[in-house]
Design a protein around this ligand. Sequence first.
Ligand code: GMT
Length: 379
Amino acid sequence: MHIGIVCYPTFGGSGVLATELGKALADKGHFVHFITYQQPVRLNVFNTNIYYHEVRVPTYPLFDYPPYEIALASTMVDVIINYDLDLLHVHYAIPHASAAYMAKQIVKQKTGRNVPIICTLHGTDITLVGRDKTYEPVVTFSINECDAITAVSENLREETFKNFPIVKPIEVVTNFVDVSRFNKKPIDPFKKVIAPNGEKILVHASNFRKVKRVNDVIKIFSEVRRYMPAKLLMVGDGPERSATEELARELGVMDDIRFVGKQEQIEEILLVSDLFLLPSEYESFGLAALEAMAAKCVVISTNAGGLPEVIIQGKTGFMANVGDVSAMSEFAVSILNNEERLELMKEEAYKHALKFDISNIVPHYENIYRRYCRMDPCV
Ligand code: GMT
């Protein structure tokens, strides 16, 4: 098949997922065309089946806000027609679903072809941004105009129906992970640099937005430090970073924390870590938690959104109510003090991650594509 993938090119979960999907589809022989404003960060491989089409947004002194959506729709039209795409798969509804609707109408008028649009809802496009009155009518309309809609968890599917008058079915296709990428030996010298005296290593990775409650990560770590020597790695960057650093200084734990910024090789970090902290206000799924599990990290998180669909309480990790720092800290201390149980849970986390392996999930997307494709069976 000739597949167009539209996504954000950044470290955010939706962009990571879309890029990994495109790479997997290309490995299976499909021709994959990424359409976005920058080379996606995880698109770090050479594959002759992968194309990248950059959306250029020409500026003009009149534009305080350059019209990205129009530039995106025009690029979609160009790629659909010139590369004879079978379908367009857009990730994150805003503004990709409405741009795709526009592109579809233009292609229909120009060529008579009806190009199927598949839209995957990822989380904040529904639970945060999309619900804003400023966007809601366009989001609802454009999602309803898609040929197929998918959500990354049962929870997100329910949230979508609860918050938007969607009149079409939504299929759940969960996030996935390429477990083989995480199934490696940890780099010992790297571990020694971070924890020279064999301290336990905790890690958090996110875009440091409010929804991630990054301050709770620092509070949990500060509690753990009261009971044992430990190190914390903070991966990523975003608006809450400086306030979080400030809190770490206030609590006197900054010397044991490293803010390492955005990292492409997240697996190297996860592989040397013991616990992954994710105290989010909401996660539609929690791809970061799944990647941690694939690297044999025990996850301590909230029970918000779709996280209970990913973590098995007491077996692969531990979940508490949003803001319950003391429950999450208590669990962290108790598991880090129990080497045997820690090792057991790491193995269980890995085993559970295998259920979400790329090989199990990508065929679901291919089945959806085939359903809407011109040819049957699609090639
Ligand atoms: O977590 C973020 O804020 C980034 C966001 C995105 O769309 O890039 O992630 C969302 O999509 C991921 C991939 O489907 C999910 O695993 C994350 O749970 C979800 N984030 C939220 O719902 C907050």
